[in-house]
Write a protein that binds this ligand. Structure first.
Ligand code: NAP
Length: 287
């Protein structure tokens, strides 16, 4: 990648719209099957932010022609009860995708709950099966945010082979699978968790930076290699990202804005994968 001062934005909003339009076209499987894709959403407790996220995801699915079935469980739900619910949805032929909204509460063993989701319905990409499938390039569903990041990089023709990608953060839903997907594309991947020594020197070496931390403007422009591609997955208080956009964008070749970069992509992947899951389960041939 050559150094340049011309900033180009990776526009997640318009790419997400294209993905949703494609999902909507693909969702037109109902005339052929007498049914439409169905996403089951499961929410434990009444956290208003989580409830809002679930409603937003249901609305996006509706926009792309999928139905939702919502299961609201009381905050007192035990792990065993949640597992029962998820296992029931996993074996229900009328459900094609399952979303367990997290966090579920400190008393719930979330990992055990996620594993009760059948892999073929894991449209949020949260099971161990999905993680292994991502890593080994096997059929399966990706975690939505890392999947959205990869779709953005692909859409902007970012050739990852042989490039040094630094992923700052390693959470199970974001940094960890994002690095795995970059590795699959033959990038040389460095993970930087919170105890990283000399983070700025590591980031400065990166051809591609994925910021997945949750710290406002942690990565400053002067810490970015000129000509780098920067994906800011952070969504931090004040509607800003983990990267200081104003200073970084004077040096990057490509950068995602916050908002309007990774966020809309994350939202688009769930309905797209719900439609894919329905097509797979209903035995619809895809083109
Ligand atoms: P998380 O579970 O809190 O994980 C944060 C990660 O950042 C951890 O791996 C942590 O390392 C690492 N970290 C913390 N401080 C660090 C530092 N100073 N240097 C390097 N690494 C550091 O957060 P998350 O769920 O992954 O979310 C991260 C950000 O992405 C948040 O802003 C969140 O809002 C945003 N997000 C956006 C979307 C979207 O659609 N745009 C989706 C999901 C999340 P340790 O593992 O060592 O603790």
């Amino acid at each position: 990648m050559s150094a340049t001062s011309t900033v180009q934005l990776m526009d997640g909003t318009s790419l997400a719209k294209r993905i949703e339009d494609a999902a909507a076209r693909a969702a037109e499987i109902s005339p052929r099957t007498g049914t439409s894709p169905c996403l089951a959403t499961v929410l434990v407790g009444e956290d208003p932010a989580s409830a809002t996220y679930v409603r937003m995801k249901q609305a996006r699915c509706a926009k792309t022609g999928s139905r939702s079935r919502h299961i609201g469980l009381p905050a007192t739900t035990t792990t065993a009860e949640l597992i029962d619910t998820l296992a029931g949805l996993s074996s229900d032929p009328g459900v094609h995708g399952i979303l367990l909204q997290h966090p579920c509460g400190p008393h719930i063993d979330e990992r055990a709950a996620f594993e009760a989701i059948a892999p073929e319905k894991d449209v949020d990409g949260v099971t161990m099966h999905s993680f292994v499938a991502m890593s080994f390039v096997l059929p399966g569903f990706v975690s939505c945010t890392p999947g959205g990041i990869m779709r953005l990089l692909e859409a902007y023709d970012v050739d990852l082979a042989g490039k040094h990608a630094v992923v700052v953060g390693r959470s199970a839903i974001l940094g960890n699978p994002a690095g795995m997907l970059l590795l699959v594309m033959n990038a040389t991947v460095t993970y930087s968790p919170s105890r990283t020594a000399g983070l700025s020197a590591i980031v400065r070496e990166a051809d591609v930076v994925v910021a997945a931390v949750g710290r406002r403007r942690l990565i400053r422009g002067e810490g970015v290699k000129p000509g780098a591609v920067v994906v800011d997955a952070g969504h931090d208080p004040g509607n800003v990202g983990d990267v200081d956009f104003d200073t970084a964008s004077t040096r990057t070749r490509l950068i995602t804005p916050v908002p309007g970069g990774v966020g809309p992509m994350t939202i688009a992947i769930l309905p797209a994968q719900t439609v894919d899951a329905a097509a797979n389960l209903l035995g619809i041939q895809r083109h």
